[in-house]
Design a protein around this ligand. Structure first.
Ligand SMILES: [Zn+2]
Length: 274
């Protein structure tokens, strides 16, 4: 898979322009940004690493998690995601143009993997919830696979939630921390926790929603992955406020254990994409 397949070259310039504008808008609230402790181990001691596009990146002295501090408050971030022009552009143009390539290269393999995990760990097949569903492609394919009786998607961004509803997916347009009275056998969240103001609060909510023998399947960027070790701040992945938390395997494991999860499997896929 090439980047052009999922982010067409002709649209990337416009996307970058809109994203730069969105970042400028959020930086107007910089005085309201909050200093935070390490999102993995809650330690307060950190080393300053670098500044990129107006955001300061620091590294936890105890667990080596890289994170943005000070960072926008939860309200400022919610507002950013609701009004963000570049996310609207992603939804209206980029996802639409690249949907087939995304399905074939990203979401079909994900559905297959999730089903393998469910079989391996003998999970009840009543309800699966995909949090941060985006364009709803994973939800659609999961519904098509007929593995679960109910497929629910959670997507707080109004543009993306509307897209999910158009696909007739059972859609909750709120953050999971505000959702009550729902139970799931499996929760999936792909490339989500790096975006969150407070990952621990999110994981606690997931734990409360999961069935006793339920499964949480999550993916996130690994700050000790080869690409990030080489590119460091030059990586497109290192960009706030979209990405605020960059865990490594040990620090993510520590956080999940703190949130009462039992770790069943950790993978770094080592995919070579050229
Ligand atoms: Zn830490």
């Amino acid at each position: 898979m090439k980047e052009n397949d999922i982010r067409p070259n002709e649209l990337r310039k416009e996307l970058d322009k809109l994203q730069t504008n969105d970042i400028k808008k959020i930086l107007k609230y910089k005085k309201k940004f909050l200093e935070v402790n390490c999102p993995a181990c809650a330690n307060g001691q950190r080393d300053y690493c670098f500044r990129k596009k107006g955001f300061d990146f620091v590294r936890c002295k105890k667990c080596d998690t890289l994170f943005v501090s000070p960072r926008p408050t939860e309200d400022i971030l919610n507002n950013y995601y609701c009004l963000s022009e570049h996310i609207k552009f992603f939804n209206d143009k980029i996802y639409k143009l690249s949907e087939e390539a995304r399905k074939n290269n990203i979401f079909k393999p994900r559905v297959k993997k999730v089903i393998e995990f469910c079989d391996k760990f003998k999970v009840n097949n009543n309800t699966i919830i995909d949090i941060g569903a985006g364009f709803g492609s994973f939800g659609e394919l999961m519904r098509k696979a007929k593995k679960f009786e109910k497929v629910i998607v959670v997507e707080p961004s109004k543009y993306l939630a509307e897209t999910c509803r158009k696909k007739k997916l059972c859609t909750i347009e709120r953050s999971i921390e505000k959702v009550r009275d729902i139970k799931a056998n499996v929760i999936t969240c792909f490339e989500l926790i790096e975006h969150l103001f407070e990952p621990k609060k999110f994981l606690d909510s997931c734990y409360n929603i999961l069935d006793k023998n339920g499964l949480l399947i999550l993916t996130t960027v690994n700050i000790e992955g080869f690409d990030l070790l080489v590119l460091k701040k030059k990586s497109d992945n290192v960009l706030a406020p979209n990405h605020l938390n960059y865990f490594n395997i040990d620090s993510l494991e520590m956080l999940l254990t703190k949130c009462k999860f039992k770790i069943l499997q950790i993978e770094t896929p080592r995919e070579i994409r050229c």
